[in-house]
Write a protein that binds this ligand. Structure first.
Ligand code: ZN
Ligand code: ZN
Length: 264
């Protein structure tokens, strides 16, 4: 055991020499650390590359501007929905409710095209003081549909709203903006329940309800609904949120980091 600690220490020193010699962290390829992945210290901070942001395949545009990723979306789900009824997309995308909620009731809203611009930090950092998540979009999922928080309008619990969730767990608000308060099941079916599913406005990534084959519960997470360790996209570790199947689902007591902005 001691020997392995020493070898890791030597390894770390070598890496530090390598970094200072190159003066460029990008030379530190993740594959360099693969042999010691079990002993690599994970950190809460990491930079998100444009390549990772481009996993948001539903975005109409994704680019980096200074310390932010600019992500534009029309917010239209790429999957079917009963909320496409009577819209211009109905022929291709309307699908009657076929989920399992016997209390399902179609709300009067219909999906409409949005023009949302998310400005998300590429170097997310823990905020000194927590800010609550706003009503409306708090993040963006891979198909360009926004994440909303655990409250309905007026900070009411989702108790009644859930009966309006379609078979993919989303629904539109009064202005036709489709969104997810809970697990986006279309994405977890397509990408896997342990996959990266999107980002909250503070730049920290959102993962699904499964990790290393185990279901993540609220008790595994802190008050903001996240924790730090290495992930597929961030081999050196990052703070990240997990979506769970119980309230508050995506986020708890506000943003862990300093939030970016969203404009319409
Ligand atoms: Zn809602
Ligand atoms: Zn995790």
């Amino acid at each position: 055991m001691k020997k392995s600690i020493i070898s890791v220490a030597v390894f770390v020193v070598n890496i530090m020499l390598l970094v200072s010699a190159c003066g460029n962290e990008s030379d530190l390829s993740p594959t360099t650390t693969s042999g010691t992945s079990s002993t690599t210290t994970t950190t809460a901070n990491a930079t998100t590359s444009l390549e990772i942001f481009k996993k948001i395949y539903g975005a109409t545009e994704v680019y980096i501007e200074g310390n932010y990723a600019i992500i534009k979306t029309n917010g239209l789900p790429d999957h079917k929905s009963p909320y496409y009824k009577d819209t211009q997309w109905a022929t291709a995308k309307y699908e009657a409710y076929n989920g399992t909620n016997t209390k399902f009731a179609l709300n009067p809203n219909r999906i409409s095209s949005q023009s949302l611009v998310f400005k998300i930090p590429i170097n997310p950092t823990k905020a000194n003081s927590t800010s609550a998540t706003p009503l409306g979009p708090i993040g963006i999922s891979l198909n360009g549909v926004p994440f909303f928080n655990q409250y309905a309008a007026m900070n009411a619990p989702l108790t009644n709203e859930v009966n309006g969730f379609d078979q993919y767990n989303g629904h539109p608000q009064q202005q036709g903006q489709y969104h997810y308060h809970v697990e986006p099941t279309y994405l977890t079916t397509q990408k896997g329940k342990d996959a990266l599913l999107g980002f909250l406005l503070d730049g920290f990534p959102v993962y699904g309800p499964l990790e290393k084959g185990k279901t993540v519960n609220n008790s595994d997470l802190d008050g903001y609904h996240g924790h730090s360790h290495a992930t597929v996209e961030y081999p050196n570790g990052i703070y990240h949120y997990h979506i769970t199947d119980a309230d508050p689902y995506i986020n708890g007591n506000g943003f862990y980091g300093t939030a970016g902005t969203i404009s319409k």
